[in-house]
Design a protein around this ligand. Structure first.
Ligand code: C5P
Length: 219
């Protein structure tokens, strides 16, 4: 069985998807981390993020790996562990820019489908139910109010010792969502056969339980 989880930025997809994968003993595939690793590498190599062909060429020369180490997911770009660098606000914005390029998405689609051929995967992203795995057995569209998504991010940053401005975070999330929804290739949208789960006011465990219930109904 393959499970696709899509939704806007900060809806808690990766936290929830990892827990669901853990409970079901499935493999978790974080496709956002793949776009983030590419964005990080482009920035690191001082490429112009607005230059589609050089970003796309860089991806051709890239080896992106998602590896589970000591219960934690690590992301490698050409054997460099980039895990701790790809979650910054800057890389988030760059990721949504490189993700708007058709030539980048074409290559990512091939890589992501290859990762899913093993089966029993939980894959999260923006276009999994609509493009990457249109035949996924379970499709979830995870969302929450913009205020709650920004607040969760704010608390996450605070826990890491970083003070942030809530209004700035809201703006940053909205900007990324707008770019993801308005791009021409594989924009963010709910697949027709996806189940909408609005997590506003729900705890992580409640969301995980809800998704497991949906999987049980299908399986
Ligand atoms: O999910 P995450 O926030 O880590 O994704 C970072 C960015 O990567 C998103 O804002 C989006 O632009 C892009 N992305 C995408 N398609 C996916 C996963 C992520 O366009 N399947």
């Amino acid at each position: 069985m393959n499970i696709a989880i899509d939704g806007p930025a900060g809806a808690g997809k990766s936290t929830v998807a990892q827990k669901v994968a853990g409970q079901l003993e499935y493999v978790y595939i974080d496709t956002g981390a793949m776009y983030r690793a590419l964005a990080w590498a482009a920035h690191h190599h001082q490429l112009s993020i607005s230059d589609e062909s050089s970003v796309s060429e860089l991806l051709q020369k890239s080896k992106i790996q998602l590896v589970r180490e000591n219960g934690q997911q690590h992301v490698y770009w050409n054997e460099i562990d980039v895990t701790s660098w790809i979650r910054s606000t800057e890389v988030s914005q760059y990721a949504s820019i490189v993700a708007s390029y058709g030539s980048v998405r074409e290559q990512m689609l091939v890589l992501q489908r290859r990762l899913a051929t093993q089966g029993n995967v939980v894959m999260d992203g923006r276009d999994i139910g609509t493009h990457v795995l249109p035949d996924a057995d379970v499709k979830i569209f995870l969302t929450a109010s913009i205020q709650e998504r920004a607040e969760r991010r704010w608390k996450e940053l605070l826990a890491k010792g970083t003070q942030a401005d809530l209004a700035d975070l809201e703006k940053e999330i909205e900007e990324r969502d707008r770019r993801d929804m308005q791009r021409e290739v594989a924009p963010l949208r709910q697949a027709e056969d996806a189940v909408l789960v609005d997590t506003t006011g729900m705890t992580i465990d409640q969301v995980v339980d809800r998704i497991l219930q949906i999987c049980e109904r299908t399986g």
